[in-house]
Structures are given as structure tokens and as C-alpha cells.
Design a protein around this ligand. Structure first.
Ligand SMILES: [Zn+2]
Length: 163
């Protein structure tokens, strides 16, 4: 399976609000194939997360590379966020060579549908919460450079993970 092409800024697909996925589409073999191709692409490009718009599809799908393997988020929705926020550096596979410090909620609770179409609830904090917020932003046409308080060069961001 070849890895997918990642589209970069200023491609207008990255700025569109993505569409909800109709749940019966999840059971189609092509959907599982797309998710597997996204996982492979994320791992090969050293990403911590990848949202469907980044591979040119405006659908509400993102995958996250967690310590327990990859998590597939279908129609994710944040239902609770901590008052406390945290400032940390982010990068993005769709904006190569650019890093910036972004304030994110420290802890979030979200609902999403998994690959079997089951509605699932997840609470995440720290890096995981950050990655999820970054990927959900992608589904809404928002890029981290819109939120970053300081943009840095590739040098300053060297060795940091990209989302
Ligand atoms: Zn990104």
C-alpha cells in the first residue's frame, strides 16, 4: 500500500469545514482501507496525528498515534474541556518547516465513532489532548498557525513532533 500524498498550505482543502461521515459508510471495505493507508502515512512521515483534509478529503476523520497504537476518530466532538490551558510547541505535516507555540486545553473529553461504528467516549490530557485538538481543528479548517502566539523556524522546532 503506497503512502498517501499530504497536501500543504495554501491548498484550499485545508481551509474547508469537513463533512460528517454517514455511519453506514464506515462498514465499507474502502473506508477501512483509507484508515489503514492514513495510519501507514502517519507512521512513515513521523506524525503523531493525521486528519483526512491533510490527504485531500474533507470528511470528519482523524487518526492519532497513541502509546497504545493508533486511534481512529470518526465524527469526533469535544464535549468537555478543562479551564486550564497549556502552552507548547506544535508543527504540522501540512505546513513543513514551521513550528509555533499554541495554547490548548490541558484536558478534554470527546465522543467519536470507532471503526466498528460504536460511539465511544475518551478523556485525554497533555500531549494526547493537544494532538486531538489540533486534528479536530483541521476538520474545521483551522490551522495551528491561526492560533500560535509565536511562529518559529524549522531550526527552533527541530526534533519536535508534527501533527
Ligand atoms: Zn496538522
Amino acid at each position: 500500500m503506497p503512502i498517501l500524498k499530504i497536501i500543504t498550505q495554501p491548498n484550499p482543502i485545508l481551509r474547508k469545514k469537513s463533512k460528517e461521515i454517514v455511519l453506514k459508510e464506515i462498514s465499507a471495505g474502502s473506508f477501512a482501507g483509507l484508515v489503514r493507508a492514513m495510519e501507514k502515512t502517519m507512521i512513515k512521515t513521523d506524525g503523531v496525528g493525521l486528519a483526512a483534509p491533510q490527504i485531500g478529503k474533507n470528511i470528519r476523520l482523524a487518526i492519532i498515534n497513541s502509546k497504545d497504537g493508533s486511534i481512529c476518530l470518526i465524527n469526533p466532538e469535544i464535549i468537555k474541556k478543562s479551564w486550564a490551558k497549556e502552552l507548547d510547541q506544535e508543527g504540522c505535516l501540512s505546513i513543513p518547516g514551521v513550528f509555533g507555540k499554541v495554547k490548548r486545553h490541558k484536558k478534554i473529553t470527546l465522543t467519536y465513532y470507532n471503526l466498528t461504528g460504536k460511539k465511544t467516549k475518551l478523556t485525554a490530557e497533555g500531549l494526547m489532548a493537544r494532538v486531538i485538538q489540533h486534528e479536530i481543528d483541521h476538520l474545521n479548517g483551522i490551522l495551528f498557525i491561526d492560533r500560535a502566539i509565536k511562529i518559529e523556524s524549522a531550526q527552533a522546532g527541530k526534533g519536535r513532533s508534527t501533527l
